[in-house]
Design a protein around this ligand. Structure first.
Ligand code: PMP
Length: 407
């Protein structure tokens, strides 16, 4: 498909509204992306025509719902190039996917004295589960430092890696800085020490082609809502050979083969990790998000977003008092900044008064903010439906705001 941003915008109903008397400019895509009409229609179609519980029913509706549900699994397999559909587990989101690994792989394979490596730029959801696990197991959480530009210091990573390292859990693209980490190299090095690697793909999957076989990651976690899909749905990819050795996550229906009061045997993967009635409607609607991405083309999306980011850097860089946070060479379309002398929250409120939606604060990366010695940032994050003229509007508004304290 040739790339036409106006055509793409027409697919997203939410974009066509005024906020505070101004046309909405939605620059909070790293928090969540908007949903095309096809996703919204798929949700209501499911409830109107197919609503039924999956996998167990003998009737037509249950069969239809099951086939639609499993089709999404197959599309996700293609999307990340997993070897098998069974390696795709549905969860509530990135957070639950990481917690699942901590609660199952972690509880079984991490023991006293082991080490887990994460980086300074992790989201809280890739910090806290490991802190909880390390406390329980008397293992140690080690932190890979980053440079002033917001890039992982690979020589420090090399120094931290050793035979005690059992897991490296790392963000592929930072939600706060936009930095794209050199994960292929990190994975290769970690594997030399026998450590497994989990990639937090919450931000990378929407901007980059993520190929789990090429990267050779052991786990990949991501959320549908950052990929133009519904909230409350996520994915955990894991290599079959590892998933099969992991104990179940939650107990209940669906995850069992046979239950007696004496002993329960567990289902095969992926069902072993999907206890209870899943988020059927959202899984089915997520197909439409993937179809949207596939028909738009990942490369078209990336080229458009890269163009927006460099345009924004150029315009905003001219504003007196503009201080960028995170200036890595390889970035997804996230622009974090501060205005000298001003609190990020105040800047965000003033932008909102202009109809411009950005995020302010620590972005669930408090240790990263501490690393930079700041309370937070203003974060503008761009997606496929954003335009250069929206960036013009933001730059004009920020220039006016910045003048208050930077004459
Ligand atoms: N990791 C990163 C890098 C994120 O950006 C987010 C969402 N802000 C998460 C993890 C958590 O995702 P969710 O809230 O969808 O579970």
């Amino acid at each position: 498909m040739s790339f036409n941003v106006e055509e793409i915008r027409s697919l997203f109903p939410v974009l066509h509204q005024e906020v505070n008397g101004k046309p909405l400019i939605y620059f909070d895509n790293a928090a969540t992306t908007q949903k095309p009409l096809s996703v919204l229609d798929a949700l209501s179609d499911y409830y109107k025509k197919d609503n039924s519980n999956i996998h167990r029913g003998a009737h037509t509706l249950a069969d239809r719902a099951t086939r639609h549900y499993e089709k999404t699994r197959s599309l996700i397999r293609d999307f990340i190039n997993a070897r098998e559909e069974e390696e795709i587990i549905f969860t509530k989101g990135t957070t639950e996917s990481i917690n699942l690994v901590a609660a199952t792989f972690g509880r079984k394979f991490i023991t006293k004295g082991d080490e887990i490596l994460i980086s300074t730029m992790e989201h809280h959801s890739n910090i806290v589960p490991w802190q909880m696990l390390c406390e329980e197991k008397e293992a140690t959480l080690k932190i890979i430092p980053i440079s002033d530009s917001g890039e992982i210091l690979l020589e420090e990573f090399d120094r931290l890696l050793n035979e005690k390292t059992k897991l490296v859990s790392i963000v592929h693209a930072s939600n706060s800085l936009g930095t794209i980490n050199p994960v292929k190299e990190i994975i290769r090095k970690a594997h030399q020490f026998g450590a497994k690697v989990l990639l937090d793909g919450a931000q990378s999957t929407s901007h980059l082609k993520v190929d789990v076989q090429d990267l050779d990651c052991d786990f990949l976690a991501f959320s549908a809502h950052k990929l133009f899909g519904p909230t409350g749905l996520g994915v955990l990819y894991g290599k079959r050979s590892i998933l099969e050795t992991m104990p179940p996550y939650q107990g209940g229906g669906e995850m069992i083969k046979e239950v007696t009061f004496e002993k329960t045997t567990y289902n095969e993967i992926p069902f072993k990790f999907e206890a209870g009635t899943p988020n059927i409607a959202d899984v089915i609607a997520f197909q439409k998000s993937l179809e949207f991405i596939n028909s738009t083309g990942k490369q078209n999306i990336k080229t458009h977003e890269d163009g927006l980011l460099s345009y924004a850097n150029e315009l905003m860089g001219e504003i007196k008092g503009f201080v960028p946070v995170g200036t890595a060479r390889e970035k997804v379309s996230v622009l974090s900044f501060n205005i000298r002398g001003m609190h990020p929250f105040d800047v965000g409120m003033m932008l909102d008064a202009n109809g411009i939606a950005v995020r302010t604060g620590h972005h669930c990366t408090q240790p990263l903010m501490q690393r930079f010695g700041i309370e937070g940032t203003v974060r503008a994050s761009f997606s496929v439906y954003n335009t250069k003229s929206e960036i013009d509007q933001m730059a004009l508004a920020v220039a006016k705001i910045a003048k208050i304290k930077n004459k």
